[in-house]
Structure formats: structure tokens, C-alpha cells
Ligand binder design. Structure first.
Ligand code: GBH
Length: 441
């Protein structure tokens, strides 16, 4: 069971950053020592989470962080991408919660002592519930609350942090959270998604300003997810449908960052569905960044539809356990096309990975299918690099099995297996293969 790359590959250089990624709500637990967030509320709402679970315990990382950092270190990675829980570090009146700060300070100090670079995401979806009660991302004020949070945090951690990401995947927060309602806070309506998206992007821009000022020596950027859109057929109608979907789901979140404007489909949306853009917003959003984080899992296929513009069709095999098609070619094509469209800073692949139905047998997890997924996608990144894209690092999603949002604990993305009864961690074959790739460079 091995992961390999061509001998001349830039991804075999010691400067290429390999890491593993997690997110606060998905692993921490430790709910009693923070404010409630929108995911606590969402989990308490019937029929939202596939297994009816919640994040109260998750991987109990709140209590097991020291062992987990030993585990991360044992995999030999250069970097660890974690997120800070906003409701753990900021009080309801908008001040630092010193206990929460101390918790992350310990984690960051321990990573530093092991020379593991900390990639810190400020917002991986756990909005404090009291802000949602005032409208959440539909309320412009939330963007300014986020700036306050970013300002206070970036003053305390100093050079313990290697890179900050303002937001993780604003598409998911806006579209899944405020348009189709499959993620917290579960709001449904086409009139909400783009309004939430605009406030998220504004929050990003406002935070970039304070990060650049308070923390000029960290890499400061954002993490976006992309699900490249392909037409079902070569018909013009299907090609147009896929192009519309691409603008709506993907370009919507990157174009404002680099071009200072939304895709042209903005003007075709009903007025009630459009965001409230104030003068000066687009310039704030287009703040320069030190890097772009790209998350990739799968592609999507579209067919023309009469009144809806586009219709996503079921993807063909092969698929992972969560139903997402395995199509690594889209990863290369995505990176190459982003590089053509925008003046990109260096790119980090901040998430890539697969849900597989893992079984632990005699203490061993033989996840050959996940190893194959990683092999194909590492090759895809290498191909993009050969075609001129500057990619400086790659993070596996995820370090360990964890709370997979609306899927609860049913879908496993880890390269480390978690037994949720005992909280015992077991490195999977994919984890050992990743370790060998990294250490044999
Ligand atoms: C990431 O989201 C999250 O950052 C992370 O927290 C999460 O655990 C991880 O991925 C795994 O889900 O319906 O076939 O068109 C990824 C979110 C995944 C959303 C792909 C859109 C489209 C699949 N994206 N998905 S499909």
C-alpha cells in the first residue's frame, strides 16, 4: 500500500507542505466551556442530521488534544490545519474569552515545539448562536462582528500561526445554510443565499484588512471549495446550463476576490434574490491575499432545464461512500482554469479526501480505496503543477473520522479511524501510506 509521485515532481521537494486538516465543531466536543453555536441548535432540530447525532462529544479532541498532536506528529506532516471555534474565544459582549484563548494557545505552542506549521481557519461554520438570533449572515452587522473577532485573535497568537484563513467555504455557509437549508442554520429561500454570501465575503475582506495589519508575517487568505460543473452532453443548452451553475456555485465566491465583481449572471437574478451591495464593498472584498486555499472533492454534471436554468444529474460510478463521483481529472482542469482566469497567489490544497465505508478488523483498517483516491488526486495536482499552476501544499481531509455535518458520524473521511465508543484512534492504511510519502521525500 503505497503513494508515489514521479521522481522529478515538485511535490517531492522538502518545501512542498503536506498536512492534515480538521475543524473545531467536527472534532472538539467540549461544549460546556463555550457559547452555543448554530450547529448545536441545528443538531437539536429534528430530521436535520442523518443519525440524529450532535457535536457534544465528537472526537473529544477538547480533552485529547495532546495525544492527538502526538498522533499528527507521528504521521510526519509539515502542517496541521485546524479551526478556531468563534464561540469558544469571544464572549457575548465581544471580548476575548481567556480560557478559550488559553486552550488554542496550548495547541499552537505544542505544534510550534514540534515544528508543525499551524494553518488556522477563523470560521469553519460554527457561528455563535446569539449572532444568528440577530439574523446571522443575513445581517450585515455579523461581518463587523467577524472583523472584531479576527482583530482580537490575530493580536494574541503572534508567530505561533503560519497561515490564517478567514472563512472555510463560504459557498457552504451561504447556499447550504441559507438557501437550501441542509446545513445550519437551516434557512430556505432563493432570496437569502446570495445575501448571506455577500455578508460572508464582506466579513472576509474586513478580516483581511485587520490580518494584514496585525499579522503581516503570516500567510493570510481564504479557503474556497469548488465543485467543477460539466455539461451532460455537448448540446449548447447543456453547456449553458453548466456554465450558469459554475457561475452560481463556484465563480460567485472567487471572482469578487480577484476581479472585485460578481459574475455577470448577477443581473439576470430576480431583484429579490440579489445581495445588498453597499458602495465600497467590492473593493473591501478584493483585498490582496497571500495564498488561496482550494478544497476539492468531486465534480457535478448538469443538464438544461426549462425554467430552473440547470438540473444536476446523478453522477456515474465510481463514487465514494457519500455518493460523490471520483473524477480526478476535474481537479487538474479546475486548477489550470482558475490559474488562467485569475491572477492567483500561491495555492494550497486545503482539503481533499474521500468518505469510505471503513471496517476495523483485528486493529487494522485496510482502506485501499481511499489510498487509490489519494493517489489519483495527488497525481492530478502534480499534473496541474506541470501545467504551470503554483501549488505550495496539500492537506488531507481529514486527520481523523469526525462529525460529518448533516451525515453525522456515518461517513468516515479520516486517515485515522475513530472508535466513537472508546475514542481510540487507529491509523488506517491510508495514514501509513501518507506518512511514507511524506517521510521518504
Ligand atoms: C468540506 O465541505 C468541509 O470543509 C468539511 O468540513 C467536510 O467535512 C468535508 O468537506 C467533507 O464533506 O452533491 O455531488 O454535487 C465540502 C462541501 C462537498 C459541498 C461537495 C458540495 C458537492 C457534491 N462540498 N459537494 S455533489
Amino acid at each position: 500500500v503505497k503513494l508515489t509521485l514521479p521522481t522529478q515532481s515538485k511535490m517531492l521537494s522538502k518545501d512542498f507542505v503536506y498536512g492534515v486538516a480538521t475543524a473545531s465543531f467536527q472534532i472538539e466536543g467540549g461544549k460546556a466551556s463555550r457559547l452555543p453555536c448554530i450547529w448545536d441548535t441545528f443538531c437539536d432540530t429534528p430530521n436535520t442530521i442523518a443519525d440524529g447525532s450532535n457535536g457534544e462529544m465528537a472526537c473529544d479532541h477538547f480533552n485529547r488534544w495532546q495525544d492527538d498532536i502526538e498522533l499528527i506528529d507521528s504521521i510526519g506532516v509539515d502542517a496541521y490545519r485546524l479551526s478556531i471555534s468563534w464561540p469558544r474565544v469571544i464572549t457575548e459582549s465581544g471580548e476575548l474569552n481567556q480560557e478559550g484563548v488559553a486552550y488554542y494557545m496550548n495547541i499552537l505552542d505544542t505544534l510550534k515545539s514540534k515544528r508543525i506549521k499551524a494553518f488556522v481557519t477563523l470560521y469553519h461554520w460554527d457561528l455563535p448562536q446569539h449572532l444568528e438570533d440577530k439574523g446571522g449572515w443575513l445581517n450585515r452587522e455579523t461581518a463587523y462582528e467577524f472583523r472584531n473577532y479576527a482583530n482580537l485573535i490575530s493580536k494574541v497568537f503572534g508567530n505561533r500561526v503560519h497561515a490564517y484563513a478567514t472563512l472555510n467555504e463560504p459557498f457552504c455557509s451561504a447556499f447550504l445554510g441559507y438557501e437550501v437549508g441542509t446545513h445550519a442554520p437551516g434557512i430556505i429561500g432563493k432570496e437569502f443565499g446570495k445575501k448571506a454570501a455577500h455578508h460572508l465575503l464582506l466579513a472576509h475582506g474586513l478580516a483581511m484588512e485587520v490580518l494584514a495589519k496585525n499579522s503581516p508575517n503570516t500567510l493570510n487568505g481564504i479557503v474556497l471549495n469548488f465543485t467543477p460543473c460539466y455539461p451532460e452532453s455537448e448540446s449548447l443548452a447543456d453547456i449553458n446550463a453548466a456554465a450558469f451553475a459554475d457561475d452560481y456555485f463556484n465563480q460567485w465566491y472567487i471572482k469578487p476576490l480577484f476581479d472585485g465583481k460578481y459574475p455577470e449572471i448577477l443581473s439576470t437574478l430576480p431583484a429579490a434574490h440579489q445581495p445588498d451591495i453597499h458602495e465600497g464593498d467590492m473593493a473591501i472584498i478584493a483585498h490582496s491575499m497571500d495564498y488561496l486555499g482550494v478544497n476539492f472533492y468531486t465534480r457535478a454534471i448538469y443538464r438544461a432545464d426549462v425554467d430552473e436554468h440547470f438540473l444536476q444529474i446523478d453522477p456515474p460510478e465510481p463514487r465514494t461512500d457519500i455518493g460523490w463521483e471520483i473524477y480526478p481529472k476535474a481537479f487538474t482542469e479546475l486548477l489550470v482554469s482558475l490559474n488562467e482566469k485569475y491572477r492567483l497567489p500561491p495555492v494550497y490544497i486545503t482539503e481533499n479526501g474521500a468518505a469510505m465505508a471503513d471496517k476495523i478488523i483485528d486493529g487494522v483498517v485496510n482502506d485501499q480505496d481511499r489510498v487509490d483516491y489519494y493517489q489519483q488526486h495527488l497525481n492530478a495536482v502534480n499534473d496541474a503543477i506541470e501545467q504551470g499552476v503554483k501549488v505550495d501544499g496539500y492537506f488531507a481531509w481529514s486527520l481523523m473520522d469526525n462529525f460529518e455535518w448533516a451525515e453525522g458520524y456515518l461517513k468516515r473521511f479520516g486517515i485515522v479511524y475513530v472508535d466513537y465508543e472508546t475514542q481510540v484512534r487507529t491509523i488506517k492504511a491510508s495514514g501509513f501510506a501518507y506518512k511514507a510519502l511524506i517521510t521518504n521525500r
